[in-house]
Ligand binder design. Structure first.
Ligand code: GAR
Length: 208
């Protein structure tokens, strides 16, 4: 059983897609052990509660020093003896120590086709605003392992989504979620849970 912890910050639709995929058996060999949010008002926490998944808020704002927040977060994650940490709309910069400790055991969903529209400042709706400004015809989503950089880790899965004339950032965000994010995130977890994902020289090999 792959023991998964999910870090969230907002609405949690990606979390919901993972929960649904576990419940329907699309994801196998997996249990969601804990959901942690940095934002006490994140609807993602309610989604966890509704599904009887342990959940809590650990916010950097409630700690005097960032170092203390980092320690509390790592301690909690360690307690749950997780095999995989999933960043599902997590807007917090993770401690370097955590990334080191969980090398190739943290994955993130990014709402664009990396290496386009990624890196510092590219998160949430901003990504889609920049996509529309540039006028690209294809965007999409990427699931990747998390390394020390911003959106630089090995890419596990990507899916392209069409940009349409007249899209607003909100409309495009929704299409990217529906057509890409909610599909590739559960698929990637299922592949990892079933031992099909290998990192070789910074690249991901998926066993057929
Ligand atoms: C998603 O679009 C996700 O790709 C993005 O935030 C949204 C969270 O939505 N993540 C990032 O931008 C990370 N850099 P959700 O809370 O409804 O899953």
């Amino acid at each position: 059983m792959l023991r998964v912890g999910v870090l969230v910050s907002g609405g949690g639709t990606n979390l919901q897609a993972i929960i649904d995929a576990v419940n329907t058996g699309m994801i196998t060999n997996t249990s969601i052990e804990i959901v942690i949010s940095n934002n006490p008002n994140a609807y993602a926490l309610t989604r966890a509660k509704k599904n009887n998944i342990d959940n809590l808020c650990i916010s950097p704002k409630t700690f005097e020093k960032r170092e203390d927040f980092n320690k509390a977060l790592i301690k909690k994650l360690d307690e749950y003896q997780l095999d995989l940490i999933v960043l599902a709309g997590c807007m917090v910069v993770l401690p370097a120590e955590l990334i080191d400790k969980y090398e190739n055991r943290i994955i993130n969903i990014h709402p664009a086709l990396i290496p386009s529209f990624c890196g510092t400042g590219y998160y949430g709706l901003h990504v889609h605003e920049e996509v529309l400004k540039r006028g690209v015809k294809l965007t999409g989503a990427t699931v990747h392992f998390v390394d020390a950089g911003t959106d630089t880790g090995p890419i596990i899965m990507q899916k392209a989504v069409e940009v349409k004339w007249g899209d607003t950032p909100e409309i495009l965000q929704r299409r990217v979620m529906e057509e890409a994010e909610w599909k590739i995130m559960p698929e990637a977890i299922n592949l990892i849970a079933n031992g099909k994902v290998q990192v070789i020289d910074g690249k991901v090999k998926i066993q057929e």
